[in-house]
Ligand binder design. Structure first.
Ligand SMILES: [Zn+2]
Length: 294
């Protein structure tokens, strides 16, 4: 069933777990996430990032995601990831998305606040949830869903862009957003060096804002790191790069071992490999399966 981000994150808060947000630029990535969520009976978020519109346009992928969500046996949020403007947000909402992210984090603070307020007014009047970003989540430069304005930022700059817990309080009060994307050590894409998470900062952000925190760049972390951020207020974990890499690696192996190649076989192989990868993530985030706490 299609649900809003606000509804699902309230449940995550009450149960001290996190909901995985899986980028779905192709049918295989979307189906892999939905099928795994149904097998585990956990809620999920299907995200379509604006930078992935060139892979599959919003007009094509959007209705598919909404339909998959409506027919699912688990709660599913259909979410716009890193939307860059009110125009894109409106398009996503018209398509039936139940949640949007507006990323104005590259703007000045006041411009960020004003842009987010505009989006919140529109989205909330349509019963759609809003996530916004304060501070900037940088990129390792290898894969990942890129930010709307911070593509040029590299991992080396990361700390300069961490979210300020005091500013976060003001940001959330003024914008009335439903979830806050915070920067505290994760980066988009494949990790070149071990991530150093600033858990103390994360806890302060969570305490000051009293709303669910979103962790971007959330694939490629250890079980311990996931549990640490969940216990510190993270309720939505954006998970993509490592799942996409798992799909590609499986296809590469298949090509090396087989002669007669047909494209549809790649789709099946990729989906199966992505399922395996996201299963671990979903089990850890929701405290299920082999990762259930004893
Ligand atoms: Zn992101």
């Amino acid at each position: 069933m299609l649900v809003t981000l606000k509804e699902i994150l309230a449940k995550a808060e009450a149960g001290n777990f996190a909901v995985g947000a899986f980028n779905s630029p192709t049918l295989e990535s979307a189906r892999a996430a939905i099928e795994t969520a149904e097998e585990l009976q956990v809620p999920i978020i299907l995200s379509h990032a604006e930078v992935h519109f060139e892979v599959t346009p919003l007009e094509v992928m959007g209705p598919i995601l909404v339909e998959l969500a409506k027919n699912a046996s688990v709660p599913v949020v259909v979410h716009l990831d890193h939307g860059s403007s009110l125009e894109t947000v409106k398009k996503a909402i018209d398509t039936g998305f139940s949640s949007v992210m507006i990323d104005a984090s590259h703007m000045s603070y006041e411009d960020n606040v004003n842009t987010v307020i505009e989006v919140v007014d529109y989205a909330h009047s349509h019963n759609v949830s809003v996530e916004a970003e304060l501070g900037m989540i940088t990129s390792s430069g290898i894969g990942g869903e890129e930010t709307a304005g911070g593509e040029e930022l590299t991992e080396g700059d990361a700390e300069d862009y961490y979210t300020d817990p005091e500013v976060a309080k003001d940001f959330v009060q003024r914008t009335r957003i439903d979830a806050l994307a915070a920067s505290f050590g994760t980066v988009h894409g494949i990790y070149i060096k071990e991530p150093q998470l600033d858990i103390k900062r994360l806890k302060l952000i969570s305490e000051n804002t009293k709303i669910p925190i979103v962790m971007h760049g959330g694939s490629g972390l250890s079980e311990e790191e996931y549990l640490a951020v969940i216990n510190s207020g993270v309720r939505k974990i954006n998970y993509y790069s490592y799942a996409a890499k798992a799909g590609a690696n499986a296809i590469k192996e298949y090509i090396e071992q087989n002669k007669d190649l047909f494209y549809h076989d790649f789709a099946v192989i990729a989906k199966d490999a992505i399922k395996k990868d996201v299963k671990r993530a979903m089990e850890i985030f929701s405290n299920k399966g082999q990762y259930a706490k004893k």
